[in-house]
Write a protein that binds this ligand. Structure first.
Ligand SMILES: Cc1ncc(C[n+]2csc(CCOP(=O)(O)OP(=O)(O)O)c2C)c(N)n1
Ligand SMILES: [Mg+2]
Length: 358
C-alpha cells in the first residue's frame, strides 16, 4: 500500500522562512479563525505554565508547544457533530470543538466550576453534546473507544466521523492495533492522527518503533496512510478534510502521520536533558507553526501585521478575563468526590453510614 505524501514536509532553501502550502479551499475568514485558535492555544498554555509556577495548578502541565498546528488544523476539518478524542498535546482541538479557556483554567486548578468539578486535570473531561470525548490516560485505549462510538453511530444511522489522536509512543501499544484493525475491517469512519513529535517521555521514536514513518503502519490494517507536515496548519486541515470525505462516504478508516516536534519536555517538570544540544532551538527558529502561519498570512496578503497584532491582543484579553474568573471560582466541596462515579441516585456512598444509623 502506498503512502500519500502530497502534504508531507518539504525541504526549503536555506535562509528562506518556512510558510504553509498554497491552493487551499479555506476562505480568508477561516484562515484568520485558524490563526486565532493557534494563538489561543499557545497563549493559554503560556498562562497555565505561569499559574503552575505560582503553585495554583495542582497537577502536571503538558504542553503542545511547537506542534499546535496539528491539533488545530485537523480538528478544523470536522463538522460540529463529529467526534474527537484528544490527548495531552491537543488543547488546540479542544478549542476548535468549542471548549472555552475558562474551562481549561478551572480544570487545571481543580476548581468546582471546571468541567470535571475538580476531580481530574488537563483534557480529562468530556462533553458529549460537543462531540468531545475526554481521554483516559492509558495510551492507545481511546482508539478502540472511538471505534465503538462509531459503530454505535452507524447503528443509529448517523453519518458522523471520529478523529482520534495518538502519539508516536501510543502507536506502539496493543490497544492501538486492535482498535485500528476493528475499525478497518468494519470500514468505520475513524481518522487517526499519529503525532510524530519525536519523543515519548524521554524515549526517541527510533528506540521504540522500527518504522521510519508511522504512516507505514497503515499497511497492517489495509487502510490509506498519509504523511503530513504537522507544523503547517493549512496542510493539516487539507489532509484531514480529504480523510473526512473518504471516511464519511463509507470507505473506512484512515491513518495520518503528522511530522512535528515536541519543544517542551513531557511535562513542565521535565528538564529535557536527554535532548541533543541545539535541537530545540533549531525547531524554534526554523519551524515554528505560529511563525510559519504568520509568514503565510502576510505573504498571501490575508492580513496585515497590525491586524494580527490586534487579534493577538484580543486573545490575550480573553485569557486575562478567563483566568481571573477561574482563579476566583470556588474549590469543590469534599462530598462532591463521591458523585459522578457510581449511581448515586439512592444514597451517595459517603452518606450511607449516616443514613443507615438514623
Ligand atoms: C499504556 C500506557 N503506558 C504508559 C503510560 C505512561 N505514559 C504517559 S504519556 C507517555 C508518553 C507518551 O508518548 P507519545 O505517545 O509519543 O505522546 P506525546 O507525549 O509525545 O504526545 C507514557 C509512556 C500510559 N499513560 N499508558
Ligand atoms: Mg511523542
Amino acid at each position: 500500500m502506498r503512502i500519500n505524501t502530497k502534504y508531507a514536509p518539504r525541504k526549503v532553501a536555506d535562509g528562506k522562512a518556512l510558510s504553509c502550502i498554497t491552493g487551499s479551499s479555506l476562505t480568508d475568514r477561516q484562515m484568520l479563525e485558524l490563526y486565532r485558535y493557534l494563538k489561543l492555544t499557545r497563549l493559554v498554555e503560556d498562562r497555565i505554565v505561569n499559574l503552575y509556577r505560582q503553585t495554583k495548578v495542582v497537577g502536571g502541565v503538558y504542553r503542545s508547544l511547537g506542534q499546535e498546528a496539528t491539533a488545530v488544523g485537523s480538528a478544523y476539518a470536522l463538522r460540529t457533530d463529529d467526534f474527537i478524542t484528544p490527548i495531552i498535546r491537543d488543547l488546540g482541538a479542544c478549542f476548535v470543538k468549542g471548549i472555552r479557556p475558562r474551562e481549561i483554567f478551572a480544570q487545571y486548578m481543580a476548581k468546582a466550576w471546571g468541567p470535571s468539578g475538580g476531580k481530574d486535570l488537563n483534557v480529562h473531561f468530556g462533553y458529549m453534546e460537543k462531540g468531545f470525548i475526554g481521554p483516559i490516560s492509558h495510551l492507545g485505549d481511546m482508539i478502540p473507544v472511538m471505534t465503538g462510538i462509531l459503530l454505535g453511530a452507524r447503528l443509529q444511522k448517523k453519518d458522523v466521523v471520529g478523529l482520534a489522536y495518538i502519539g508516536d509512543g501510543g502507536a506502539s501499544t496493543g490497544a492501538f492495533y486492535e482498535g485500528m484493525n476493528f475499525a478497518a475491517v468494519q470500514k468505520l469512519p475513524l481518522i487517526v492522527i499519529a503525532e510524530h513529535n519525536q519523543y515519548a517521555y524521554s524515549t526517541p521514536t527510533t528506540m521504540q518503533t522500527a518504522v521510519r514513518n508511522l504512516a507505514e503502519k497503515s499497511a497492517a490494517f489495509g487502510v490509506p496512510g498519509y504523511i503530513v507536515d504537522g507544523n503547517d496548519v493549512i496542510a493539516c486541515y487539507e489532509v484531514t478534510k480529504q480523510a473526512v470525505d473518504y471516511a464519511r462516504s463509507g470507505r473506512g478508516a484512515v491513518l495520518i502521520e503528522a511530522k512535528t516536534y515536541r519543544r517542551k519536555g513531557h511535562a513542565e517538570h521535565d528538564d529535557q536533558r536527554y535532548v541533543a544540544e541545539g535541537e530545540i532551538e533549531w525547531w524554534e527558529k526554523h519551524n515554528d507553526p505560529v511563525d510559519r502561519f504568520e509568514t503565510f498570512l502576510l505573504n498571501q496578503k490575508v492580513a496585515t501585521k497590525k491586524k494580527l497584532d490586534e487579534m493577538t491582543a484580543a486573545v490575550q484579553r480573553e485569557i486575562d478575563e478567563d483566568s481571573e474568573w477561574a482563579e476566583s471560582s470556588p474549590m469543590p466541596e469534599p462530598e462532591g468526590a463521591v458523585y459522578g462515579v457510581f449511581d448515586n441516585s439512592i444514597v451517595a456512598p459517603a452518606f450511607r453510614p449516616k443514613v443507615l444509623e438514623s
